[in-house]
Design a protein around this ligand. Structure first.
Ligand code: NAP
Length: 655
C-alpha cells in the first residue's frame, strides 16, 4: 500500500518549537560536531529532512538493529567520521541558506526514516514509526473525525477520571474531535503521578525524549532523564496549551459509577469539598493510573511505631532528617532515587532490602545534556524529532527479545532463559562486580539470583553503590519480623531503633480502579467480576461495563521497551474510534463480548508465561495475588498499535 493512501503527513497541523538560526563559523561547527556528546545517528536524517537533499543519507552506512544498546547506535569510528564530515557540509548549507527545499514527499521521508531505523520501513511499522517521529512536529494521531460530522444535536458527554498523563491526553483528543467532556481530578492540579510524587531525587527513569507525547515533543529537555518538577511543568504546560483546563473540575473525586440501562448513561457519584452530586454522561474514560495508591507493608505492629513515618508518594517535606536515625523499607525504583538524598542528611540510614534489583547502567542518568547536544536541539531543525525516533528505535522491540524464554536454552546456572538473556545478565553482573569490587559482603547482598527481567530494572549511574559504601548507611537483608513503638525487629539481628521510617514499598498496582465502586449492566460489580484479577480486552474494555474505557488498564504496562505514553496514545486512539463508531451509527452502547474478551486474555496469559516475569516467582508488582501477570503487555509495541487501530464491531454487543 502506498504511504500516501494511509496518511498525508504534510497537511496536518504542527506545533513549532523555536529553533535559532545557525550563525556559527565553520571552525565552531566543526568543534561542536567533534564533541562526543552529539548523538550522531539523528544528525544526517535531520539535515536531509531540512534541506530536502537525500544525498545526506549515506548509502554505505547502515545502522544495525542488533546494536541498539551500543554507543552511537553501534556505528564504527570510521562511520562516525564520515557522518561528521557530511553533517558539517549540511550545517553550512543550512546556515548559508543554500538550496534548502525541505522534504515534502512521503516517499522521501520513508527513505530517510528507513536509514534512521536501519531497516526498510513499510506497512504498519512505517506508519507507527511515522507517528512517533511526528515529522515537523505534526500531530499524526489526532482524530480523523469530528462530532459535527455525525450528530451534532445528539447529547453525548464523556467523563474522564484523572488529570495525569493519560487523562490530559484523552481530554485533548476529545476536544479535537469536538466531543463534550468533563474531567474530574481529585487533586488541585494536573500531572497525576508527577504531582503526587515529590520525594527528593524523583526523576523519570526512561529517556525523557521518549517519555513525552509524540505530538508535543520538546526540544529543550534539560536532562536525559528530567526531574519531577520539569515533568510536572511539561504536563501542566500541555494541559494549558491543549486548552482543556476549563473542562477540569479539580478537587473532585469520583467515588462510584453506575450504569443505567434505561437511559444508557453512567451516573457518577462525585464529591467536591464535601458536597456530593450525581453526574450523568454517556461514556466514561478512567485515567486513574496503576501506580498511585500507596502500598504499606503488612508487617505486624506497623501501627505502633511512635516515630514519624511516611510513604515515598506522600513525602513529608516538613520533617528535618538532620541528625536522625532513618529506616527505609524497599529498594525499588522510588527508593533507589530518594535513599541517596536521605543518606546525605540523616545521621544513620538503614535500608531494609527484601529483593535486590538488576541495575541497568546509564552513566548519563542524572547528567544535564552536554552543550554540543543542546546546540543541536536548538539549532538544527527537527533534530529533536529524529533524536526521539532514534531513541524509540533503540529502546523498542530489540530489548524485549532478551526477556523471552527460549525453550531450548539450557540454563548454565544463572537463571537465564535464553542466550540473549544470559548475555545481558553477564554484562549486568559485571557492572555490579565492578561497582562493589572492594566490598564482597555488599556484592553478595545486591546481586540478584532471579531471572534478569522478572522485575523492573533499576537505572543507575553509580550513585547506588556510592551510597551503600557510605559509613552512615547500612544495608540490612535480614527479614523484618515486626515493627514496634521504637523501631524494627528483624529475624536474627533483633530490634533496631529509629526516629523515622520511610516506606518505599510501592503501590497497589493490581487494584485497578480502586477505591471506586463500579456497577455495570445487571448490577454487576466490577471488583466482584475481577475478584482481584483484573482483565480487559486490549486493556481497555471489560464485559458488562458498556461505554466504560480504561487507560493504563490491565496488561498495558511495558517492562523494557518503549514508553507508557506510547501505550496511552494507542489506547486513546482506540477509544476515540469506539466513540466515533457509536456516534456515526447512532448507537447507545458498546459492550465487549465475553468470548472475545476471554480469548484475548488467554493469549495475553500465554504471552506472559513466555516472558521472564511470567516464569519467575520473585516478588514484583507485575503480578497480582493469584500469581497472574495482570499488569504487563508481553508482545511487541507494533502489535498493540495494530490491535488498537480500528474497532471491530463484531467484538461488541451493540445497542
Ligand atoms: P516497587 O518497585 O514496587 O518497590 C517496592 C519495594 O518495597 C521493593 O523493594 C519491595 O521489595 C519492597 N517491599 C514491599 N513490601 C515489603 C515488605 N513487606 N517488606 C520489605 N520490603 C518490602 O515500588 P516503587 O519503587 O515505588 O516503583 C514502582 C514503579 O513505579 C516502578 O517499577 C516504576 O514503574 C514506577 N516508578 C517510576 C519512577 C520514575 O520513572 N521516576 C520512579 C519510581 C517509580 P520486593 O522487591 O521484595 O517486593
Amino acid at each position: 500500500m502506498m504511504l500516501e493512501d494511509e496518511i498525508n503527513v504534510f497537511t496536518t497541523m504542527s506545533f513549532k518549537p523555536s529553533i535559532s538560526p545557525i550563525t556559527e563559523s565553520d571552525e565552531e561547527l566543526e568543534r561542536l560536531l567533534s564533541d562526543p556528546g552529539v548523538e550522531l545517528p539523528p544528525l544526517l536524517p535531520s539535515i536531509a529532512f531540512a534541506t530536502g537533499d537525500l544525498s545526506f543519507i549515506p548509502p554505505d552506512i547502515r545502522l544495525d538493529p542488533s546494536k541498539t544498546l551500543e554507543e552511537q547506535g553501534g556505528l564504527t569510528p570510521d562511520e562516525q567520521s564520515i557522518i561528521r564530515v557530511r553533517a558539517l557540509e549540511g550545517l553550512k548549507q543550512l546556515r548559508d541558506n543554500i538550496n534548502i527545499k525541505p522534504v515534502t514527499r512521503n516517499e522521501d521521508l520513508r527513505t530517510i526514516m528507513s536509514w534512521a531505523c536501519g531497516t526498510n520501513l513499510e506497512g504498519s511499522y512505517l506508519q507507527m514509526m511515522m507517528e512517533e517521529l511526528a515529522p515537523g512536529d505534526r500531530d499524526l494521531r489526532s482524530p480523523d473525525w469530528n462530532v459535527q460530522d455525525f450528530s451534532a444535536d445528539r447529547k453525548f458527554t464523556v467523563a474522564i477520571v484523572g488529570a495525569g498523563m493519560s487523562g490530559i491526553l484523552a481530554a485533548y483528543r476529545l476536544k479535537q474531535a469536538g466531543v463534550n467532556f468533563v474531567l474530574f481530578e481529585k487533586n488541585d492540579g494536573t500531572g497525576g503521578t508527577w504531582l503526587e510524587n515529590t520525594y527528593p531525587g524523583c526523576r523519570v527513569d526512561v529517556s525523557n525524549h521518549v517519555y513525552s507525547y509524540s505530538f508535543m515533543q520538546k526540544h529543550d529537555w534539560p536532562h536525559y532523564h528530567s526531574t519531577q518538577d520539569v515533568l510536572l511543568n511539561y504536563f501542566n504546560d500541555c494541559a494549558t496549551e491543549f486548552e482543556i483546563r476549563d473542562n477540569i473540575r479539580f478537587n473532585t473525586s469520583v467515588s462510584a459509577m453506575t450504569w443505567d440501562e434505561d437511559s444508557s448513561t453512567w451516573k457518577l457519584n462525585i464529591l467536591t469539598s464535601g458536597t456530593e452530586e450525581i453526574f450523568s454522561c454517556q461514556a466514561v474514560i478512567s485515567a486513574v493510573g496503576q501506580l498511585n495508591q500507596p502500598s504499606y507493608p503488612a508487617i505486624p505492629g506497623i501501627e505502633n511505631f511512635e516515630g514519624t513515618s511516611w510513604h515515598s508518594a506522600r513525602w513529608n517535606h516538613d520533617y528535618d532528617l538532620d541528625g536522625k536515625r532513618v529506616a527505609v523499607l524497599g529498594t525499588g525504583c522510588s527508593a533507589v532515587q530518594f535513599i541517596p538524598r536521605v543518606a546525605k542528611k540523616a545521621e544513620q540510614t538503614t535500608i531494609f532490602q527484601r529483593t535486590p534489583n538488576w541495575l541497568m547502567p546509564r552513566p548519563q542518568y542524572q547528567q544535564s545534556l552536554p552543550e554540543s547536544l543542546v546546540w543541536c536541539f536548538t539549532h538544527i531543525p527537527n533534530y529533536h524529532n529524529w533524536f526521539r525516533l532514534h531513541l524509540f528505535w533503540r529502546s523498542h522491540e530489540g530489548l524485549l527479545s532478551r526477556l523471552e524464554i527460549d525453550e531450548t536454552w539450557e540454563d548454565p546456572g544463572d537463571s537465564s532463559i535464553s542466550a540473549a538473556n544470559h548475555e545481558l545478565g553477564v554484562l549486568l553482573r559485571m557492572y555490579l562486580e565492578s561497582e562493589f569490587a572492594d566490598r564482597p559482603d555488599l556484592l553478595e547482598k545486591v546481586t540478584p539470583t532471579y531471572t534478569m527481567g522478572a522485575k523492573r530494572f533499576v537505572i543507575d549511574d553509580g550513585l547506588w553503590a556510592k551510597t551503600l559504601h557510605a559509613d552512615n548507611v547500612e544495608l540490612c537483608t535480614d527479614p523484618i519480623v515486626s515493627i514496634s513503638s521504637s523501631g524494627i525487629t528483624t529475624e536474627s539481628e533483633g530490634l533496631k531503633d529509629f526516629d523515622a521510617i520511610i516506606y518505599g514499598t510501592g503501590f497497589k498496582a493490581a487494584d485497578f480502579l480502586m477505591p471506586m465502586t463500579v456497577t455495570g449492566r445487571n448490577g454487576v460489580n466490577l471488583h466482584d467480576q475481577w475478584d482481584g484479577d483484573a482483565r480487559a480486552y486490549l486493556g481497555i474494555v471489560a464485559p458488562n461495563f458498556p461505554n466504560l474505557f480504561f487507560l493504563y488498564g490491565p496488561n498495558t504496562n511495558i517492562v523494557i521497551n518503549g514508553s507508557i505514553i506510547y501505550f496511552s496514545e494507542c489506547e486513546v486512539h482506540y477509544i476515540t474510534q469506539c466513540l466515533k463508531h457509536m456516534l456515526k451509527n447512532q448507537l447507545s452502547s458498546l459492550d465487549v463480548k465475553t468470548d472475545v474478551h476471554d480469548k484475548y486474555n488467554e493469549r495475553i496469559d500465554e504471552g506472559n508465561r513466555r516472558m521472564a516475569w511470567g516464569l519467575s516467582d520473585v516478588n514484583s508488582w507485575y503480578k497480582n495475588a493469584s500469581g497472574r501477570t495482570a499488569q504487563n503487555w508481553p508482545f511487541s509495541l507494533l502489535e498493540y498499535w495494530e490491535q488498537t487501530r480500528e474497532i471491530n464491531s463484531d467484538d461488541y454487543n451493540i445497542v
